[in-house]
Design a protein around this ligand. Sequence first.
Ligand code: FAD
Length: 499
Amino acid sequence: MNDTETLTRNLQTAEHFDVVIVGAGISGVGGAYHLTRQCPDRRFVVLEAQGTFGGTWTTHKYPGIRSDSDLHTFGYRFKPWTSAPIATAAEILTYMGEVIEENGLGHHIRYGHRIVAANWSSASQTWRIEARRTDTDETLWFSANFLWMCQGYYRHSEGYTPDWPGMAEYKGRIVHPQTWPEDLDYTGRSVIVIGSGATAATVIPAIAGAAGHVTMLQRSPTYFSPGRNANELAEMLRTLKVDEAWIHEIVRRKILYDQAAFTRRCMAEPEKVQQELLAAVRAHLGPEYDVAQHFTPTYRPWRQRLAVVPDGDLFKGIAAGKASVVTDEIERFTETGILLKSGQALEADIIVTATGFNLCVLGDIDFTIDGRKLAFHETVTYRGMMFTGVPNMVWVFGYFRASWTLRADLVSDFVCKLLTHMRSIGKRQVGVALRPEDSDMPLLDWIDPENFNPGYMMRGMHLLPRRGDKAEWMHNQDYWAEKDEIPAIDLDDAAFVYR
Ligand SMILES: Cc1cc2nc3c(=O)[nH]c(=O)nc-3n(C[C@H](O)[C@H](O)[C@H](O)COP(=O)(O)OP(=O)(O)OC[C@H]3O[C@@H](n4cnc5c(N)ncnc54)[C@H](O)[C@@H]3O)c2cc1C
């Protein structure tokens, strides 16, 4: 069979859907829910590479795995969260499972289907999608009018580990939290955790009890926000026997109100906010502890995600002597541990590299537009959702400073409104294009590092689309602006091109 015959056969055998949702994480399951409610007659399928739903919450299995934002806002707006605000992965998966069950979404999801390639055909105005069954390695073909990209932003198969000199000489075990081995026995062992982000802050208290000693080795400190894992307003409303749906809505509004005020303060009076955050840490560690060296970051609060420490558990481990913090740089790995730039040597049986993610743009799918490879970094983003030159596709990229799902819900409304609009004007294709008034707009990197600069974004910036300097042409990470702007998007604006 020649290439044309193969292509024709593939197209003939392809199963067709109005919408293909990529990924059954919190975004994809939310998208499926909204589609069934807002566009009930669309045929759609969710294709998920893993064997079950959950995405991030299925991939990560390290001890203590939990959310670092509250579930009143990380939960969907349509399903009340009824437990403590900071939740374990298991609790989040139970919640998502209920969403799937209660709304009959299960039969729309196909697990073990990894999408490997997608080609947009302008002639047929459809995406042709090649998927691989992860159990049988069989290739399956799908076609879709619309692709809803809910594949997240990092590679699920492995995390990011820098290449330090001497790693091969180290005789102990090196573990990345994203691929935590089931058989890892840390009982009585000395462990170094490299990193001080949310993952390190979660793993350390979870293993500090059983491990001999845990050292958090950080190049530079992170802001932490210790607090009781409870929401007082939710507790009061429950005491008053208020309906859970009401509690969810009221508590969400209160949290978002408080977060907006906090973010404004971070910008307006960063020194004062910094002192408050450090005072909370000092309250746990006592006046003798060197908070200045180990817990005082050089950046302004909120430039990186603020890691919540529920019930101060990280600090309890440090105060009890089960864990300690070293702030230094790695010179090299040795046979028995790590040699630091200061000359200090740390010994360890296990080294955990909590050093972040590998940014993964568009789910590692080989995208082509009419057979031409898609150069994603050459496109310009429309509000971090659509991209110039890429028809009939929306990507859900959530918030970092607010809960991801707040944006997933907003983008879902946008997609459903767009699909409805296209039908009402009799068009099958939509794209975004710069308008005449945008012609001299400067094109910048996807995010402004002055505003937000985590390592995985900085490492992957060259892979991401460009942004402009107008609200329409950037992903501004501002829920409080977008909650009004996204619902008000004028789908007849010249930025949208229909065919
Ligand atoms: C440990 C950890 C804790 C976090 N905690 C929070 C938090 O508390 N609050 C917060 O707001 N954010 C948090 N985040 C960010 C978090 O990733 C998002 O909030 C959210 O879970 C992302 O959901 P998602 O559905 O968009 O993507 P993901 O959870 O990444 O799910 C994407 C899914 O798409 C699938 N997929 C990818 N590519 C393909 C393909 N080619 N074919 C088929 N399927 C594919 C993946 O298998 C995966 O199941 C956390 C992230 C991590 C790693």
